[in-house]
Design a protein around this ligand. Structure first.
Ligand code: 6PG
Length: 258
């Protein structure tokens, strides 16, 4: 039974990243304690860069010292159809801000092979990777311990964009939709695997998302218009961490927990 989302409004991006880092640390510890491994799918775009830098940060009270890096397997929720060293690559964002700075075994970094000419082949290959390296949940689908997601001002999440057939994908674990407004293919995890996660954590910051965020969280179901609404873990937690600017239309609406 899908759970009701928990929505927390944090003062500013810095507090947002600290709140997300605390969730990351807690869930990594719980997963490693229970199963010896923590599987996490990272998101792309610009918002998560601050979290990744905080997780990798040095210093006396560094978060990194509380993370079992050798016991984590990293995946991605989506990828652009570009090589891994391309400025727009979600893998490159995580590599430059986090993975190149912490002792994660190279064999535990499972990037989406988006450099190939055929994005559909990349999607099929990645579905195999998920099945091979992520424990199955009840229905046998890969069950990630944590999925980080962002949300665009248009309500997209991962690479599930308004009007895309991938929003209603029910069979494939990974899809390669053509995104007309971007004039590009994307490779994205689909609702079956995203909604099979033990926890989905949205990180949303910025005033340009406030109107869409209110619609996503408090208006009726319109996933073709707001694909982020398709994300409802069937047997997991759904947590929205938003900064005050993005959450300015939520305060007092009964949606946000604070
Ligand atoms: C991507 C992301 C995408 C992102 C949103 C929000 O590949 O771009 O996976 O879903 O989370 O577009 O991006 P910002 O954090 O840059 O606003």
């Amino acid at each position: 039974m899908p759970v009701k989302p928990e929505v927390r409004i944090l003062e500013d991006p810095d507090h947002l990243y600290r709140g997300a880092a605390a969730e990351f640390v807690r869930r990594a510890a719980e997963s490693v304690e229970a199963r010896g491994i923590f599987t996490v799918a990272l998101s792309g775009g610009s918002t998560p860069g601050g979290l990744y830098a905080l997780l990798a940060g040095e210093g006396p009270d560094a978060v990194r010292t509380r993370i079992p890096w050798q016991r984590i397997r990293f995946f991605w929720g989506d990828e652009r159809h570009v090589p891994p060293d391309h400025p727009e690559s979600n893998y490159r964002l995580a590599h430059d801000t986090l993975l190149s700075r912490v002792p994660v075994p190279a064999s535990h970094i499972h990037r989406i092979p988006a450099e190939g000419s055929d994005p559909h082949e990349a999607a099929e290959a990645y579905a195999k990777t998920l099945r091979e390296h992520v424990r199955p949940g009840e229905e046998g689908l890969p069950r990630l311990d944590l999925v980080l997601l962002g949300m665009g001002p248009d309500g997209h999440t991962a690479s599930l964009f308004p009007g895309s057939g991938a929003v209603h994908e029910r069979e494939r674990l990974v899809a390669a939709p053509w995104i007309e407004k971007l004039r590009a293919y994307r490779i994205t995890l689909t609702p079956p695997v995203l909604n099979n996660a033990a926890c989905v954590l949205f990180l949303v910051a910025g005033a340009d998302k406030a109107e869409t965020l209110q619609a996503v969280l408090s208006e009726g179901d319109q996933p073709d218009r707001f694909p982020a609404q398709i994300i409802r873990p069937t047997n997991g937690e759904l947590l929205w961490l938003v900064d005050r600017a993005a959450g300015r239309r939520l305060a007092g609406s009964g949606v946000a927990g604070n």
